[in-house]
Design a protein around this ligand. Structure first.
Ligand code: FAD
Length: 548
């Protein structure tokens, strides 16, 4: 079985009902929804699945407490509805992939009684809007309880904290699980497949897409009855390719995150910093044995670069440090992320941080292209449902029911809270490795552990400090369409998030696995390692960090 070769062959052989362009959260969600409704679907991504915004999020499955505050302050019903929808979607996201998403407690530290009252009222509203799907009731925690749960908090003047609940998830692996589930339902998913143009039928409707295979560099054609544009910040480009008369709609905004060792701010709860100097919120959340701090929100200009810049890191530290007993320093950063939010322009709104994170389905009459614009990770399922409903209407039929609300995703089967312990025992794996495998692959972790039985050398860690093992690289190269070192270390195993130093150490191992699995020659392997390590060194240099 060679999933990418099979998908590539099917892509030019078959004629599909739906061709979804873009394999982030939105596109993967659309492809799965369509396929489950019985519409034969193909999913194409120009790069790797989840290589854009969908792996650069704050990893929150949330309604958005800040959006609720904005909705109340501006008496904005649309924004209120978006929070309500997202809170409903939160429960489906958590239930469909319990290995990748879980509820968490968030604490908002308060230094005055009036603020305590204000946040508690707000969080009680948040609970009420969630209704039956609320995860835990929000509450006020005393100063002592707050410091017990979050010992790294600045205790000077602290009155306590307001605790509320939301979800956290592994965004890159969640996207991959959507793609895998889609493939298992009979769909065709192909990464490194860039749509470069459209062909039309006699009525001017799009009937085929020209696609460039980024691996073989071949050009090929994909035929389908309907085309969905789910290209995130690339949506305008695709819309204009379909119909040059359309107006641009996207207003991307850049957001960055920093990762620190988990013990730099101990505790299991997430911290919400309720007010930044630009009137936003930021989070410091324990995430996979690291502390994830973010995010920024800056409008994209011609000078925007997709790296974490020094001034952005300093901004985050400046917002967070007043809340900490021991301030974090830039030289403690182990990794970082930069991404672009695919926001949709609203008339008259100039600041991207004030744009509503709602989505919009646009059907372009002349070309028939269906674009799904905006939204957020948490609402990807609903966005997909709305898109496929619109698509079915365009096909001249009554939309069938969406089947994704209760659709367990790849890895959910056989997973339970004791799974990592069982895995460690059955396969004699260190506890951190078993936890990591269970958290990334769910029940599928057994397949990886089985590979390590096939070749015990594959039980070795990919770098001394990281919990990922070589068998994972082999598994993802064989069965998950990982084609590059970055595919393996960033999105499949998460080593790059764990630490840029770890990623540098793991790159030669990943290069060797890919060379063996894909039949690369020495030069290709050497170039791939040099290119990847060059990228990581560039990221370290931006923040003036050493390689240690
Ligand atoms: C900093 C930040 C923090 C965030 N935090 C959260 C959060 O905590 N919770 C939450 O719910 N949401 C969050 N979001 C929002 C969320 O991440 C995005 O809304 C979501 O990931 C968008 O998914 P998407 O599939 O629409 O876009 P993307 O993930 O950007 O995917 C678009 C895909 O289209 C592909 N593509 C583009 N052009 C072509 C082409 N010509 N041919 C084929 N493919 C193409 C790209 O390669 C890309 O993979 C955050 C976003 C950012 C940036």
């Amino acid at each position: 079985m060679e999933p990418r070769k099979d998908a590539r062959a099917a892509a030019s052989r078959q004629e599909f009902d739906i061709c979804v362009i873009g394999g982030g959260a939105t596109g993967a969600g659309c492809a799965l929804d369509g396929q489950l409704r019985g519409l034969s679907s193909i999913l194409l991504d120009a790069g790797d699945f989840a290589s854009a915004a969908s792996s650069a999020s704050t990893k929150l499955v949330h309604g958005g407490v800040r959006y609720l505050e904005q909705a109340v302050k501006r008496l904005n019903l649309e924004e209120y509805r978006m929070v309500k929808n997202a809170l409903r979607e939160r429960q489906y996201m958590l239930a469909n992939a319990p290995h990748l998403a879980h509820p968490s407690h968030f604490l908002v530290p308060v230094y005055s009684w009036s603020r305590a009252f204000y946040y508690l009222i707000g969080m009680k509203m948040y609970d009420a809007i969630a209704g039956k799907s609320n995860l835990f009731p929000s509450s006020f925690l005393s100063r002592e309880e707050t410091l017990r749960r979050m010992p790294g908090l600045n205790g000077k003047g602290l009155r306590g904290a307001v605790a509320y609940s939301d979800g956290q998830f592994d965004d890159a692996r969640y996207d991959l699980a959507l793609v895998e589930t889609f493939s298992e339902c009979g769909g065709t998913a192909l990464n490194y497949a860039r749509v470069t143009g459209f062909a039309r039928d006699s009525q001017g409707k799009i009937s085929a897409a020209s696609v460039r295979d980024g691996i073989s560099t071949d050009e090929f054609v994909v035929k389908a009855r309907k085309f969905v544009n789910a290209t995130g910040t690339g949506a305008d480009k695709m819309r204009l390719l379909a119909n040059p008369q359309l107006q641009s709609r996207m207003r991307p905004s850049k957001g960055v995150h920093l990762l620190f060792p988990a013990d730099s701010f101990p505790g299991r709860d997430a911290l919400l910093v309720p007010h930044t100097e630009d009137g936003r919120v930021i989070f410091a959340v324990p995430w996979q044995e690291r502390l994830l701090v973010g995010t920024t929100d800056d409008e994209v200009t011609t000078a925007t670069r997709m790296v974490v810049e020094k001034n952005e890191a300093e901004y985050l530290l400046r917002q967070l440090n007043p809340y900490l007993a021991a301030p974090l320093r830039r030289d403690q950063v182990v990794s970082g992320l930069a991404g672009l939010r695919p926001l949709v322009a609203a008339a008259g709104q100039t600041e991207t941080s004030k744009l509503i994170r709602d989505h919009e389905v646009e059907v372009d009459g002349p070309s028939g292209l269906i674009s799904i614009l905006g939204g957020k990770w948490t609402t990807h399922r609903l966005m997909a449902q709305d898109t496929i409903d619109a698509l079915e209407r365009e096909m001249g039929r009554q939309p069938g029911p969406s089947l994704t609300r209760q659709q367990p995703l790849a890895g959910a089967k056989d997973f339970d809270t004791g799974f990592a312990g069982k895995l460690a025992k059955e396969y004699a794996l260190p506890a951190d490795v078993a936890r990591h495998l269970a958290g990334k692959f769910g029940g599928r972790a057994r397949k990886i552990a089985d590979l390590s039985r096939e070749n015990p050398a594959w039980k070795a860690r990919v770098s001394p400090g990281a919990p990922a093992i070589e068998a994972e690289l082999v598994y993802s190269s064989r069965f998950e369409m990982a084609e590059t070192i970055e595919d393996l270390l960033a999105r499949r195993t998460g080593v790059e998030m764990y630490g840029w130093g770890e990623a540098l150490a793991a790159a030669p191992v990943a290069g060797e696995v890919l060379a063996r699995e894909k039949g690369w020659d020495r030069d290709r392997q050497r170039n791939a390692v040099a290119e990847y390590t060059g990228k990581i060194r560039g990221l370290l240099n931006e923040l003036e960090l050493g390689e240690g």
